[in-house]
Design a binder for this molecule. Structure first.
Ligand code: ZN
Length: 180
């Protein structure tokens, strides 16, 4: 096994330009990994000008408080912040992926979390627990506000806007990019 992993390592190094490049093999859902089992999307992308999905446990209310939140792919943490007001604890993760031979990047934003287990610049695997569902310090019934942007390091934003420039429908994106 040791020999095998060394060979694997060297072929990865040879085929990439940057040795630290992280490319995910696909995307899963951020709750109920990998397919959001036990959760529903209470406010879909575009509804009320919402720029993300609101994931809630099927039990309703705060039954999902403290449930795990998973990295949707293999990626690098770009931000871990605590905001006061509507955002609460926020983690952003950048993901690179290949589509039709072209490398593309998206950034996801996970918000209102109770606990956060990751640090900026940490590389996460797909399905790694990065935090838990929270309520932004009591502002909401607990849920995960989850966004996918098609650019890295856009401004934090407001969570709602008529202008969807830079934002993707997270559920549509994940469904189109499940691991093979
Ligand atoms: Zn939301």
């Amino acid at each position: 096994m040791a020999m095998e992993s060394r060979l694997e390592q060297s072929s990865v190094m040879a085929s990439t330009v940057q040795p630290d490049m992280v490319i995910t093999d696909g995307f899963d859902f951020p709750v109920g990994a990998p397919s959001a089992k036990g959760y529903y999307n209470a406010q879909k992308f575009g509804v009320n000008n919402h720029l993300g999905d609101d994931w809630n446990g099927v039990g309703g209310g705060n039954t999902d408080f403290g449930d795990p939140v998973y990295s949707v792919g293999k990626g690098r943490v770009t931000e871990v912040s605590q905001f006061f007001g509507g955002w609460g604890k926020v983690v952003r993760v950048a993901y690179s992926y290949q589509e039709n031979g072209v490398e593309k990047q998206v950034e996801s934003l996970y918000a209102h979390m109770d606990s956060v287990y990751v640090k900026k610049d940490e590389v996460l695997s797909r399905g790694q627990k990065l935090g838990t569902i929270g309520n932004a310090e009591g502002i909401y019934l607990s849920h995960l506000h989850f966004e996918i942007r098609n650019k890295i390091a856009l401004p934090l934003g407001q969570g709602y806007s008529k202008d969807q420039t830079g934002y993707l429908d997270p559920t549509k994106f994940i469904k189109a990019h499940r691991p093979k």
